[in-house]
Design a protein around this ligand. Structure first.
Ligand code: NDP
Length: 628
C-alpha cells in the first residue's frame, strides 16, 4: 500500500483538491495539486479567461509525470486530466497496478455555483464551459458524483477501493451500534467488530451492516486480527464493551495486534482508576489509551452524545475530528466533546456526571412524590404542573422525560403505576460516592440519591415494615410554588456539589479541568442537559465556585426561604424526601462559619488523643487536653 498513486480528476470546482487532501490525510500520503505545476504563462492565459491548448498542456503533463514517477512514499494528486490522452501521458512509465484513478463529475450548474463561492483561484468561471467541452468520460477508474459531502465521497472511495477504513468500533451492543450508525451518517468509513459466541452472538457485525442502510459500506468482522488489519494507521479503535473484565479482555487481545501510535478509546463507563492502569499498560507498548465518557443513552449515541475525553493530548488530536463530528452541538454550534484533561479525567467527570444525574432523578422523584401523595394531584395533573415549570425556567431533559412518563397510559391506567419501585443501579453512583469519600468532597445529595435507591431496592423489607408500622399522620400544607423554588435551589446545590467534587479531584490529580467548558459540553447531548447547565457554563466562567457567583448568590438568597418552608412542611410527611432535605442541610452547612464540629474535635481528642487546633492560635499548632 506504500507506493500507490491516487489521481483525483475533475473539472475546476469539482472539489478534487478537498477530496484529494482528505484522502491523503486518511492514507498518510503526501498530497500535490497539479495546478501548482503550471508554468507562469499558462496561469496568465487562464487568468485572462483563455483556454489552454494541448500544446500549452504538454510541458505541464510532462512535469507531472516526472513528479509522479519520483514519488517513493505514495502520492495523492488532484489534477483536472480532462482528456484520455492527458491521462495516458500522466500514466506513462507508472506501474499499472499502483496507479488508481478517481474521477469526480457533476452537472455544470452545480460546479458553477461552487466556483462562484470560491475565492483566490486564478480560474475564471468563463473557462468552465471550455473545461466541460474538453472533458472526456474516462474508461477506467472510479467515477463519483459530486452531489455528496466530501466525507461521503471519501467513504465511497475507501469502500469501493477497499482502502483501510478510518474508524474501528468494537462491541456492537446498544451504544456501540448506535455510535457506529452516527459515525457512518457523518461520512466515516468504518470497520465493525463484535465477538463470536457460538449459539448466541453470531455474525453480529454482519447483521448490523445488512440491517442499517447507513452501515452498508462498513466492513464487518468477527476476527479481531482482521478487524485491526482493516484500519488505516495510526488506528483509531473505539471499544464499546461492558466496563470491567470485558474491557481488559479486548484491550489485552488488541495489544499484540497494534503498532506504536495506535489509539484505543474506551467509550464505556469504566472506573477512572482502571483507565489510568490501562493507560500505563498501553504506554509500555507505545500505544495510546483514551478514557472516553459518553453520555446521552441510546438516542444520544445515535444523534449526538456529549463526549468527555481523558488522556494524552497528542492522541486526542488524532481522534478529535471524529469524536467532535459525532457529538451533539451546543447552542453556538460547537461540539459537545473535548479533552477534559490527562489520565482518567474523562471517565472521572463521566462518573461525576452520573452522580449529578442520580440526584437530579431523585429530586424529580421526590417532587412527584410530594405532588402526588402529599398534595393529592393525579399523574396527569403533576405532568401539567411540571410542564409549567419547564416553560418557566426549569427546562431539562430529565424533566421532559418525566412529564412524558407521567402521561403514558396503558389502557386506562397510568403505565407508571404498573412499574415496580425496586430501583436498580449500575455502579457509577457508588463509585462517585466512594471517590467523594476518598477526596473529602461533601457529595451529600448524590449519596442520598444513591442510598434512596438502596432503600427502594429493599422492597420486600419495606413491605414488612409498612405492615408493622404506621407513621404519624399529618396533613402536609405546602404551596406548590414553594416546592418549585425548593426544587430549583436543590438543583443548584446538587450542581455546586458536583462541580466542587470535580474541582477537588482535578487538584488532587493535577488535571487542570476547565469547569465552564465542562458545563458547556453538558449543555447538550447528555442526560443532565438543562437550562440550568447553560447558566452554570456562564457562571463558572467567572467563578469556579458556582454559588459564589454574584448572580447566583441573588437567586439562592431569593429561593432559600422556599426550601426552608418545603423541608419544614415535608417533615410532617410519612414519606422520605432525602434529597430535598439534604439540599437544605448542605446549604446551611456550607454557610456556617462556626459549626458544632468543634465538639467532634474535642470528642476525638478525648477518646483517641487525636489532637485539635485552637481558634486563638492561627499557627495551626495541634493541642491535646488531658480530659479525665
Ligand atoms: P450492551 O450490553 O448493550 O453491549 C455490550 C457489548 O460488549 C456487546 O457488544 C457485547 O458483545 C460486548 N462484550 C461484552 N463482553 C465482552 C467480551 N468479554 N469480549 C468482547 N466483547 C464483549 O452495553 P451498552 O452498549 O449499553 O454499554 C456499553 C458501555 O457503554 C458500558 O460500559 C455502559 O456502561 C456504557 N454506557 C451505556 C449507556 C447506555 O445508555 N446504555 C450510556 C453511556 C455509557 P456480545 O453482543 O457478544 O455480548
Amino acid at each position: 500500500m506504500n507506493n500507490h498513486v491516487y489521481i483525483i480528476t475533475g473539472v475546476s470546482g469539482s472539489g478534487k483538491t478537498t477530496i484529494g487532501q482528505l484522502l491523503a490525510a486518511h492514507l498518510a500520503y503526501p498530497f500535490a495539486d497539479a495546478d501548482a505545476f503550471h508554468p507562469p504563462e499558462n496561469i496568465s492565459k487562464m487568468s485572462a479567461g483563455i483556454p489552454l491548448t494541448d500544446a500549452d498542456r504538454a510541458g505541464w503533463l510532462l512535469a507531472l509525470n516526472q513528479y509522479i514517477r519520483q514519488q517513493k512514499n505514495g502520492l495523492v494528486l488532484a489534477c483536472s486530466a480532462l482528456k484520455q490522452s492527458y491521462r495516458n501521458q500522466l500514466a506513462q512509465g507508472v506501474a499499472e497496478d499502483s496507479l488508481h484513478w478517481i474521477h469526480l463529475y457533476g452537472e455544470m450548474d452545480l460546479v458553477r455555483r461552487r466556483m462562484a463561492e470560491r475565492k483566490g483561484h486564478f480560474m475564471p468561471e468563463s473557462l468552465l464551459v471550455s473545461q466541460f467541452d474538453t472533458w472526456e468520460k474516462p474508461d477506467a477508474g472510479l467515477l463519483i458524483p459530486i452531489l455528496q459531502t466530501p466525507e461521503e465521497i471519501l467513504r465511497q472511495i475507501i469502500s469501493t477501493m477497499a482502502l483501510p477504513t478510518q474508524w474501528g468500533l468494537a462491541g456492537l451492543g446498544v451504544m456501540g451500534l448506535n455510535l457506529a450508525r452516527n459515525f457512518a451518517r457523518r461520512g466515516f468509513a468504518l470497520s465493525l467488530y463484535n465477538r463470536h459466541v457460538s449459539g448466541t452472538e453470531e455474525k453480529v457485525a454482519e447483521k448490523a451492516v445488512n440491517q442499517y442502510p447507513e452501515l452498508k459500506e462498513a466492513q464487518a468482522f468477527e476476527s479481531l486480527p482482521d478487524f485491526v488489519q482493516s484500519l488505516a494507521r495510526p488506528r483509531k479503535i473505539l471499544l464499546m464493551v461492558n466496563a470491567g473484565a470485558a474491557v481488559d479482555q479486548v484491550f489485552e487481545a488488541l495489544i499484540p495486534l497494534l503498532e506504536p501510535g495506535d489509539v484505543i478509546m474506551d467509550g464505556g463507563n469504566s472506573h477512572y482508576e482502571d483507565t489510568q492502569r490501562r493507560q500505563a499498560e498501553a504506554a509500555k507498548h507505545d500505544l495510546f489509551f483514551l478514557g472516553v465518557g459518553v453520555s446521552g443513552g441510546e438516542s444520544g449515541a445515535l444523534n449526538g452524545p456529549a463526549i468527555m475525553c481523558g488522556g494524552d493530548a497528542q492522541a486526542y488530536a488524532q481522534v478529535a475530528a471524529g469524536l467532535e463530528s459525532i457529538a451533539a452541538k451546543d447552542a453556538g454550534g460547537q461540539a459537545c466533546a473535548a479533552l477534559i484533561g490527562p489520565g482518567g479525567a474523562g471517565h472521572f467527570v463521566k462518573m461525576a456526571h452520573n452522580g449529578i444525574e442520580y440526584a437530579e432523578m431523585q429530586l424529580l422523584a421526590e417532587v412527584y412524590g410530594v405532588l402526588r401523595w402529599d398534595l393529592g394531584y393525579t399523574p396527569d395533573e403533576v405532568a401539567e404542573i411540571l410542564t409549567q415549570w419547564a416553560e418557566n425556567g426549569l427546562q431539562s431533559y430529565l424533566l421532559e422525560i418525566t412529564i412524558a412518563i407521567l402521561q403514558r397510559r396503558e389502557g386506562s391506567d397510568w403505565l407508571l403505576d404498573k412499574i415496580s419501585d425496586k430501583a436498580a443501579h449500575k455502579g457509577t453512583g457508588s463509585w462517585a460516592s466512594i471517590a467523594a469519600s476518598e477526596l473529602g468532597a461533601p457529595l451529600t445529595m448524590m449519596t442520598e440519591a444513591l442510598f434512596a435507591r438502596f432503600v427502594a431496592a429493599l422492597r420486600d423489607h419495606r413491605q414488612v415494615m409498612a405492615a408493622a408500622y404506621t407513621a404519624p399522620q399529618h396533613k402536609v400544607t405546602l404551596d406548590k410554588d414553594d416546592l418549585k423554588q425548593a426544587y430549583q435551589l436543590a438543583r443548584w446545590v446538587n450542581h455546586q456539589q458536583g462541580f466542587q467534587f470535580i474541582q477537588m479531584a482535578a487538584k488532587q490529580y493535577q488535571w487542570q479541568v476547565n469547569l465552564s467548558e465542562l458545563a458547556r459540553i453538558w449543555t447538550n447531548g447528555c442526560i443532565i442537559r438543562s437550562e440550568l447547565m447553560q447558566l452554570a457554563q456562564e457562571y463558572l466562567s467567572d467563578s469556579p465556585d458556582l454559588l459564589l457567583h454574584p448572580d447566583l448568590k441573588n437567586t439562592v438568597t431569593a429561593l432559600w426561604p422556599s426550601l426552608q418552608r418545603t423541608v419544614s412542611a415535608l417533615s410532617f410527611s410519612s414519606r422520605a424526601y432525602p434529597c430535598l432535605m439534604s439540599a437544605l442541610a448542605a446549604l446551611n452547612g456550607s454557610v456556617t462559619a462556626h459549626s458544632a464540629a468543634h465538639l467532634i474535635q474535642a470528642q476525638r481528642d478525648y477518646f483517641g488523643a487525636h489532637l485539635y487546633e485552637r481558634v486563638d492560635d492561627p499557627s495551626g499548632k495541634k493541642y491535646h487536653t488531658h480530659w479525665e
